[in-house]
Design a protein around this ligand. Structure first.
Ligand code: FDA
Length: 390
């Protein structure tokens, strides 16, 4: 069988690319269903884009690489597509858009778009050897127990990264990149909880607090922080994990919008007989205050607090320094940081510079978004760039 375009991977990027690459397109995937990560994303409601998307929300060795694709297929283009399919959505917070009903609506929409252009989808298909004969790509496949070769003029690699191997993630895109001589940047689990070897946060498991987390490179995120049995999670932590490296500290400001210094000084006058921990617990979860009292001196009544003590307490809650022992790794990571080196790809088309007809899109590429719908927007934009270039 011969097709004009063969797309490996029926995830967000592959499906969206297929909707734009013309009729003679075949998408293959080893999974039983298309778009499995879309289905489980955003708690089943898919945070499908972010209204504030710019290239600044992405991490890449080349911070300019994503600009072209993001500009040619924007968040507004995807919102328009969602609207045309009558999918109701809402903004949750910070520009993050979610389906009102189900992430499955996004998958159905992408499949309908593919159908409309006549692209085909083969699931439960194993990918074997891949070669290029100077004119065409030859891809060995196994489908329904039958081995076969599909040849194609264009090969789009959209098999994603390594996060969540249980869901079928493999390093296939990286193997193909290396085979065709493209460079790779280091890959690591990102948007992932931090772990601490001593189980120190076990007593706090389930407690959430607004926080600012800052990594040693100075990057800060003001979002919720969640204590878990094994360590720290929540948006502030997942975001910071993309900037953290083994052995580094993270700094936490608890309740960054709460002016602790001013509040304590005022309560010292109005609540002189109340315990400091009681006053703090009005603004910060009591379990966390109790926990911190074992690390920071928080005893005594408000009347006993000198200005110097108030400064000390404020400092402790503003600069809580911790050293994670690691992360939960690819088992739970939402994305893989790093991937196919953008120096070896055209930013306009996603085509490999050294191999005409070969494209890499989506998470496989060294472009990693923040938490908040950015990674799907990259999948839509890079898929469109390749699809329309073919
Ligand atoms: P994706 O992983 O979607 O697709 C790759 C496809 O290739 C899969 O279908 C896989 O089966 C197939 N494949 C892999 N190896 C293969 C092989 N060897 N042979 C055949 N097929 C193979 N992002 C966001 O913007 N908003 C959100 O709400 C979320 N939520 C979220 C939740 C969770 C739990 C996770 C794990 C991730 C998210 N993400 C997210 C991230 C988002 O899911 C991710 O960035 C995109 O799915 C990447 O799209 P791709 O198409 O590149 O890869």
């Amino acid at each position: 069988m011969h097709v004009n375009t063969l797309i490996l991977g029926a995830g967000a990027a592959g499906l969206h690319c297929a909707a734009h690459s013309g009729g003679d397109t075949l998408v293959i995937d080893h999974a039983k269903s298309a778009g499995e990560k879309i289905r489980i994303s955003g708690g089943g409601r898919c945070n499908f884009t972010n209204t504030g998307t710019t290239a600044a929300n992405f991490i890449s060795q080349n911070p300019h690489f994503a600009k072209s694709a993001l500009a040619r297929y924007t968040q507004w283009d995807f919102i328009d597509l969602v609207d045309r399919h009558g999918i109701a959505w809402h903004e949750k917070t910070l520009g993050q858009l979610f389906c009102d009903t189900s992430a499955k609506d996004i998958i159905a929409m992408l499949l309908a778009e593919m159908d409309a252009v006549g692209a085909q989808l083969w699931l439960k298909t194993e990918i074997g050897n891949i070669r290029h004969d100077g004119t065409h790509f030859h891809v060995a496949l196994k489908r329904n127990g039958q081995a076969q070769i599909v040849t194609a003029d264009h090969l789009v690699v959209a098999t994603g990264g390594k996060s969540i191997p249980k869901m079928g993630a493999t390093g296939l895109a990286y193997d193909i990149a290396r085979q065709f001589g493209l460079a790779m940047t280091d890959t690591r689990a990102a948007l992932v909880p931090f772990t601490f070897s001593d189980d120190k946060f076990k007593p706090l498991a389930g407690t959430a607090v607004p926080a600012r987390m800052t990594t040693t490179d100075g990057t800060s995120f003001d979002e919720a922080l969640l204590f878990t049995h094994r360590g720290l999670s929540g948006p502030a932590v997942l975001q910071s994990s993309s900037y953290w490296r083994e052995g580094e500290d993270v700094s936490i400001t608890i309740a960054p919008d709460f002016d602790i210094d001013a509040a304590l000084k005022s309560h010292r006058d109005t609540d002189a007989r109340k315990a400091l921990t009681t006053i703090l617990s009005n603004h910060i979860p009591a379990r966390l205050i109790e926990f911190l009292a074992t690390e920071v001196e928080l005893s005594g009544n408000m009347a006993d607090l000198s200005d110097a003590r108030i400064t000390e307490v404020t400092h402790a809650l503003r600069n809580w320094t911790l050293k994670p022992s690691g992360t939960e790794g690819y088992r739970t990571a939402e994305v893989t940081l790093g991937g196919v080196d953008t120096n070896d790809l055209s930013s306009k088309t996603m085509e490999a510079k050294g191999q005409s007809g070969l494209y890499f899109i989506g998470e496989a590429v060294d472009v990693t978004g923040w938490l908040g719908g950015y990674n799907f927007q990259w999948a839509w934009s890079s898929g469109y760039a390749a699809g329309t270039a073919i």
